[in-house]
Design a protein around this ligand. Structure first.
Ligand code: SF4
Length: 459
């Protein structure tokens, strides 16, 4: 690919932001396979032509157009979009029209580099003739991932509700897979089943998501869970329970974490990875927290206009959060009535854990808030080991590691840091084998938590 054009910074304001998806083809990065597919299916139900980008096939391009100092997920997603453009150009020839696409790349407002991926990728795309017309749609944590501006005003709220529902349903499909696969009757059964299940749920979201017929979606999900449960071989005894936390992209994206979940399973674990729903709830929770603080500050300063403004925003985030948690509880309750999958964490509870000994503060922000508190919650809850998965040099995850290592050693729970970049570390498998040996010892002496809440057998 030949990069030629001179790029100006004006483009960061004009071509990165919220754009009406209307007639465009929306390109969704494949961070989490189920999440990306169910979200895209939901978009299609709203009349938006969304497709999931193939992932990890353009790593050579991602590396060619980065300096090596960027975060690993930035290289991967850049490679994915460039790979798509090349393929689409080949497929359509002269008819390829970059202005017909919107590339979805959310951001966070710091303090780390996630807020810069889309700006950096904008500059790279603009350096190729014509690609300045391919817009980047940037959902941002600044407004709690508001979807305003993507569709007509009257449909945006429904779109947000259905999109959230699709992502929590994807979390449940993930949990179902991790619950079933270590105990499957025959190798490969769980993977084959879950792929089919994902396509069934895609159809379901396209048909019922826009109508907000969530009962129909949950009925189908229950059927799928019952089918998945039948794959479990009750003769296989319970295995040590391992929790995975860390940076959201790499812990979710199988290729970038070199399929660490499967590797842990191969060494005798049952694994539960942190969810996407947890992150979305955290974003709403944190936005509410900020607006509340701003409200009290304006009150102390007698700035009534600002007070009113912050109160309005706080109310909006409060409604978002309560709606999300209500839907999440409803989905997990229905799922757990069929099979004891792992529950998700309540964000307020995680903040309480951090406050107990002033371990860390939500004021600092980032995923470290979730990772540190989740590790402690899981260790107390009877997990037999915890793994922190993250991109090499990731700031929040390195902070997490520094804080939790001594705590885990005090609690006597095995802990492993697993940092990834595009290279293969020869000692990785040995580290995981050693970690799993420790987890087995912990399991033998302490037992483990069943997902139903008690320690003891899981089937
Ligand atoms: S969370 Fe880590 S990987 Fe992601 S942008 Fe921040 S520093 Fe980079």
């Amino acid at each position: 690919m030949e990069s030629q054009k001179v790029v100006t910074f004006k483009t960061l304001g004009e071509n990165v932001g919220k754009f009406n998806l209307g007639e465009k083809t929306v390109l969704v990065p494949d961070m989490n396979r189920f999440g990306a597919h169910l979200f895209s299916a939901t978009c299609r139900g709203f009349g938006v032509n969304a497709k999931v980008l193939e992932t990890f096939k353009g790593m050579d391009l991602g590396m060619e157009y980065t300096s090596g100092k960027e975060c690993y997920p930035c290289q991967i997603t850049l490679g994915d979009i460039l790979f798509f453009v090349n393929k689409e150009r080949e497929r359509l020839g002269e008819a390829f029209n970059p202005s017909g696409y919107v590339y979805f790349l959310p951001e966070s407002d710091g303090p780390c580099r996630f807020g810069l991926y889309n700006k950096y990728q904008r500059i790279v795309l603009d350096s190729f003739p014509g690609l300045d017309k391919l817009k980047i749609s940037a959902l941002t944590t600044k407004d709690g991932y508001s979807l305003q501006g993507l569709l007509e005003k009257e449909r945006v709220l429904d779109f947000r509700k259905a999109a959230y529902f699709s992502l929590v349903t994807a979390d449940i499909l993930d949990r179902l897979l991790w619950r079933v696969r270590p105990y499957e009757k025959e190798p490969g059964m769980a993977d084959e089943f879950i792929e089919r299940a994902m396509h069934t749920m895609e159809e379901c979201f396209t048909a019922y998501g826009a109508k907000k017929d969530f009962d129909k979606i949950m009925d189908k999900m229950e059927e799928i869970i019952s089918e998945g449960k039948a794959i479990i071989d009750p003769k296989i005894p319970p295995k040590p329970l391992i929790g995975v936390v860390g940076e959201i992209f790499v812990r979710m994206h199988r290729d970038s974490n070199q399929n660490i979940l499967r590797l842990l399973e191969r060494h005798g674990a049952e694994v539960v990875n942190a969810s996407i729903g947890e992150w979305i709830n955290y974003v709403s929770y944190d936005s509410l927290r900020t607006e509340k603080a701003e409200f009290w500050l304006s009150l102390r300063q007698w700035r009534f206009g600002a007070m009113k403004e912050h109160f309005k925003k706080a109310l909006g985030f409060w409604l978002d959060l309560h709606y999300q948690q209500m839907r999440q509880r409803q989905l997990y309750k229905r799922a757990k009535s069929k099979l004891d999958i792992a529950d998700d964490h309540d964000i307020a509870h995680l903040e309480e854990i951090l406050k107990e000994d002033n371990i860390y503060s939500f004021d600092v922000g980032t995923e470290a808030c979730l990772s540190i508190a989740s590790i402690i919650a899981c260790a107390r809850d009877g997990y037999n080991g915890m793994v922190n998965v993250y991109p090499f040099t990731c700031m929040p995850s390195t902070t997490t590691s520094a804080i939790v290592k001594p705590l885990m050693s005090k609690l006597g729970v095995p802990y492993l840091d697993a940092a990834y970049d595009s290279s293969i570390q020869p000692g990785r498998e040995a580290a995981i084998r050693t970690f799993m040996y420790q987890a087995q010892q912990h399991f033998k002496s302490h037992g483990r938590k069943s997902h139903a809440g008690n320690r003891g057998p899981v089937h």
